[in-house]
Ligand binder design. Sequence first.
Ligand SMILES: [Zn+2]
Length: 248
Amino acid sequence: MDIYAYIIVITAGLLFGSFTNVIIARMPAGESIVSPPSRCPRCREQLRAVDLVPVFSYLFLRGHCRHCQGKISPRYPLVEALCALLFIGVYLRWGLSTVTAAGWVFAVILLAAAFIDIDHGIIPNRLTYPAIVMGLVLSFRTLAFLPALYGTLAFGGLMLAVAFISNGGMGGGDVKLAAVIGAFTGLTGSAVTLLLASFSGAIFGLIIMTVEKTGRKTPVKFGPFLAASAYTAFLFADAIASWYLGFL
Ligand SMILES: [Zn+2]
């Protein structure tokens, strides 16, 4: 991968990361993600074009609003940088292809879902419903339509069953996110995602319980584990599946 490709991929990742921040901030409140232009959350002053340059504007302004000097959360540049990393990962794995374009869309959806779940404990339908449609449409140029449809129905259906059995332990947002993951990664990707998310979620839950030393009743939010696992599956599902099946 030459230097120009890196520059283009990183720039695209930062810009989409900036858009992801807008989704994370506005979608749970039911606000439009296209207008009005971004404002400082504290003084409501509209941001200048130069303040919208991802990561660099944050560093340049040293994490403070130009107008009210209020502190800007380091979460903004973090999400932007994370998005750029996710874009690089997809590009390194799938090269200049439609799969990479689909992977970038998927990365933005997963990143937004994970952070909205962390912030609010929900994953909005306004994110997941269009994402299922996008996954199924893109599948014509990636997995093929039927594998994507089977993935959506199987993973969404399985998680729906878990939601019923667990009686609210698994939220409706997780069910719909699973349907999104099925559409983008198919049956193998869904199986690998479930495996990785269950392991990582369980280990995290045990650590939390040990650290907090409480009989914690509020369940660990599963969305971020689903999202991270689904991204990993998008890149390496086949390799992970054959490695895992080698043990059986
Ligand atoms: Zn301000």
